[in-house]
Design a protein around this ligand. Structure first.
Ligand code: 4NP
Length: 162
């Protein structure tokens, strides 16, 4: 007999931005890395999606792949997908990267969904209510800032779950 057992259903986290090629894949990579870095690893279901469909099936933006790689995380195998109504049943926690995507998710959310929907930076002390700004039209410094923000959130999520 084990004195401790794992929960039957793993905690599940979905990150949602607009294109699913910059911010939310970085958030997914950062959380996978932070959860995996714990002693025995933290079992989680982690995914990301976009509210838009322009980039479905594509890998993350090369600049997002590069910044993740600089931080030791390989996100090159991720492929963009669009968020679906069923995601509100599959995930316990859905994090929007900014207010505009939070609004889009509120419109999509079925009334009976028990998923906890919030802004990603709400989990970071001193950053509640703030957006992870879209770095798509920015430069590598903007991607570095986005990484620092999603990684701070990933650390806070792991701390809350472990
Ligand atoms: P993301 O960035 O939402 O962080 O993936 C964007 C990627 C593509 C576009 C906008 C934002 N776009 O307009 O194509």
């Amino acid at each position: 007999m084990h004195s401790e057992s794992k929960p039957a259903v793993l905690p599940s986290v979905l990150f949602v931005c607009l294109g699913n090629i910059c911010r939310s894949p970085m958030a997914e990579g950062a959380l996978r890395a932070r959860a995996g870095a714990l002693g025995s690893g933290l079992d989680l279901v982690v995914d990301s999606a976009g509210t838009g469909d322009w980039h479905v099936g594509r890998p993350p933006d090369p600049r997002a792949i590069l910044v993740a790689r600089r931080h030791g995380v390989d996100i090159s195998g991720y492929r963009a997908r669009q968020v679906r109504v069923v995601d509100f049943r599959r995930f316990d926690r859905i994090f929007a990267l900014d207010h505009s995507n939070l609004e889009a998710l509120r419109r999509l959310r079925p009334a009976e969904s028990g998923a906890d929907l919030s802004l990603l930076l709400d989990v970071v002390a001193g950053r509640a209510g703030q957006d992870v700004d879209d770095p798509y039209y920015g430069d590598s410094g903007d991607f570095e800032r986005s990484w620092a923000e999603v990684d701070a959130a990933a650390r806070a999520i792991v701390a809350g779950l472990s």
